[in-house]
Design a protein around this ligand. Structure first.
Ligand SMILES: [Zn+2]
Length: 227
């Protein structure tokens, strides 16, 4: 999540909360909403970004330096951490669409579930946390990189390690199998990655081929029983 001071239509300087990979404006810290800064169907105008201090009283009130109400971004982070912890305890990643988030709050029995308006921020925090996890380099194995696409936008190169789930890009075949990485090995002449699709024999790819045909889904946490 990225924070920037933005000049609103009303002339006040609000705190904007943006996607750190695409620059998309998700919300402002106060109740004014993103349309206080952008127009419908328009991108954020770079001319609205400013170095000036915040002047919107509501945005100032939730700044970390005051003991006011909880900042929208931090409130969303708290919810996102709960959603991820629950997903980890089940052993597979959280659903990031609106309905998936709604069901997660039902399952978590959150007393005062967040409003739909907060979902985009919660989703962005979750996308950030899952990206950090996907980018964490496994220790002691040779580096092999494959593309990883963040749920809320932006593609990065992520290292591959045992336990990772990859999807084969089947745009030509119409078949998109999901495989799990079993081993990454280095010989004097090459680096290879062994993957296994459920119920099939393991298959070994060169690092170069792997980066060309596969992208990373996630580093799925182990089910609680295997930890
Ligand atoms: Zn504001």
């Amino acid at each position: 999540m990225e924070h920037k001071s933005l000049i609103g239509h009303d002339g006040a300087v609000h705190e904007g909360l943006l996607n750190s990979h695409t620059g998309f404006l998700i919300d402002v810290a106060c109740d004014a909403g993103r349309y206080s800064v952008v127009h419908h169907y328009e991108r954020l105008d770079p001319a609205r970004v400013t170095d000036a201090p915040l002047s919107c009283p509501a945005c100032v009130a939730v700044s970390p330096h005051t003991a006011g109400p909880l900042h929208r971004g931090r409130l969303a982070l708290r919810y996102a951490e709960d959603v991820l912890a629950r997903a980890d305890s089940r052993g597979y990643p959280p659903a990031l669409d609106d309905e998936g988030l709604r069901l997660a709050f039902v399952a978590l029995a959150v007393e005062d579930p967040p409003s739909r308006r907060l979902y985009a921020l919660i989703r962005e925090h979750l996308a950030d946390m899952l990206t950090d996890r996907a980018l964490a380099a496994p220790e002691g194995i040779p580096q092999v990189l494959v593309p990883y696409t963040r749920y809320t936008g932006g593609t990065v190169q992520a290292p591959v390690g045992p336990g990772d789930r990859l999807m084969r890009d089947g745009v030509a075949s119409g078949h998109f199998p999901i495989v799990r990485v079993e081993a990454v090995k280095e010989s004097p002449t090459s680096v290879t990655v062994t993957v296994r699709e459920k119920d099939w024999h393991p298959f070994t790819w060169s690092a170069r081929e792997l980066g060309r045909y596969f992208f990373k889904l996630d580093r799925a946490p182990l089910p609680a029983a295997e930890r």
